[in-house]
Design a protein around this ligand. Structure first.
Ligand code: ATP
Length: 302
């Protein structure tokens, strides 16, 4: 039975600025996106019918699952109507601003390209992914990138590999991406001058690969929507800073927050400072230069 198994990386936003609302109702964005080594495992196996199973109870198994949408888009594009069983081992916190669903969908595109021997280019997979969600083109390639448009217009940035960070999330809190954008739009868009000058400073800091230069330049407009509604997220961000993070910020639409560290020992010390709080999910992570990776060991059975 043909099977492929992939590691689908989460992303964090080092920068997220909302420039405005476009005629198509999407937001015009400037983002700096970075893959991290926290990953779901996505296994694809040829099957008579298509379906998805996931280890996490909050992940839908109907066609709203982005992994199933990826199968549909590929089937439509290629005319192939073979079935595939998808098994997602979820490690990326759900609805947390880490692109968990998007990276699963990206893994399905990359994995089916191999399983069905389609020969599609990375660019073609990214275009198909953009039909499903704005973060998916980045998730296909991963690494370090400047994202513009609605997030799908990507330029590679110098690789920011091996930077340690602590990712922290209040375990039972999820935030809807749509709610975060709508709230920002209602309460802030057009009202305040955006800090556009910081993009170029951040880009040169990323090119220098110096975490201490990057840390003070982290920025996320969506904090202004999410933090007032969830003061415990604001407090968590502050706790990361007090624990010694070089810079701390919410990722994407939250509510996960991350703190940058100078090395692994520093990240572990920050993590240890928060570890006694049972309401938190904590991860020591590293930045990485790939989005989707084929797992080295293929499963013997599912
Ligand atoms: P993003 O950062 O791309 O906005 P997110 O990380 O905030 O996304 P996800 O983990 O992708 O959020 O989940 C958002 C919602 O998408 C979930 O509440 C869930 O209902 C739905 N969803 C669909 N497919 C998946 C999937 N494969 N994994 C997780 N959630 C999924």
């Amino acid at each position: 039975m043909k099977t492929v198994r992939l590691r689908a990386a989460a992303k964090i936003n080092l920068y997220l600025e909302i420039l405005g609302v476009r005629p198509d109702n999407f937001h015009e964005l400037v983002m700096v996106l970075q893959s991290i080594d926290l990953a779901d495992t996505v296994t694809l196996r040829a099957a008579p019918t298509t379906g998805v199973r996931c280890s996490h109870p909050l992940v839908p198994t109907d066609r709203t699952n982005l992994a199933l949408r990826a199968v549909e888009v590929l089937q439509k594009h290629t005319g192939i109507d073979e079935g595939v069983e998808i098994v997602i081992e979820k490690r990326i916190p759900v609805a947390s601003g880490l692109a968990g669903g998007s990276t699963d969908a990206a893994a399905v595109l990359v994995g089916l390209n191999a399983l069905w021997d389609l020969g599609l280019t990375q660019g073609q997979l990214q275009s198909l992914g953009a039909q499903i969600g704005s973060d998916i083109p980045f998730c296909v390639i991963g690494g370090t990138a400047l994202a513009m448009g609605r997030g799908e217009v990507l330029s590679a940035l110098p690789a920011l590999q091996g930077v340690y960070l602590v990712l922290a999330k209040i375990a039972d809190l999820q935030v809807s991406t749509a709610w975060a954008y709508q709230t920002y739009r209602r309460e802030h868009l057009g009202a305040v001058a955006a800090p556009r000058a910081r993009t170029s400073a951040l880009l040169s800091a990323v090119a220098s690969r110096e975490v201490a230069r990057i840390a003070p330049l982290l920025h996320n407009d969506l904090e202004r929507a999410v933090l007032p509604a969830h003061p415990q997220v604001s407090a968590l961000r502050e706790r990361l800073a007090v624990a010694g993070a070089l810079g701390a910020m919410m990722s994407g639409s939250g509510p996960s927050v991350f703190g940058l560290a100078s090395d692994r020992a520093h990240a572990e010390a920050i993590c240890a400072a928060l570890a006694e709080d049972p309401s938190l999910e904590l991860f020591v992570c590293q930045t990485q230069q790939a989005g989707i990776l084929f797992a080295e060991s293929q499963p013997s059975s599912l």
